[in-house]
Design a protein. Structure first.
Length: 53
């Protein structure tokens, strides 16, 4: 049990490690200008009012 907890702590440390020089990927790329929902993929927004993007 203790070894499992130590292994999980080590994995958590490596998960928080950031590579130098890279700013990373944005989590949400764009939002619909009309309704504010995050746009996923290249298709239109489900609200149908994404003409301004």
């Amino acid at each position: 049990m203790t070894l499992f907890l130590v292994a999980m702590a080590v994995l958590a440390m490596f998960g928080k490690l950031r590579l130098p020089g890279g700013k990373g990927r944005p989590r949400i790329a764009t939002r619909c200008p009309r309704c504010g929902r995050p746009k996923i993929g290249a298709g239109p927004c489900p609200c149908g009012n994404d003409k301004g993007a």
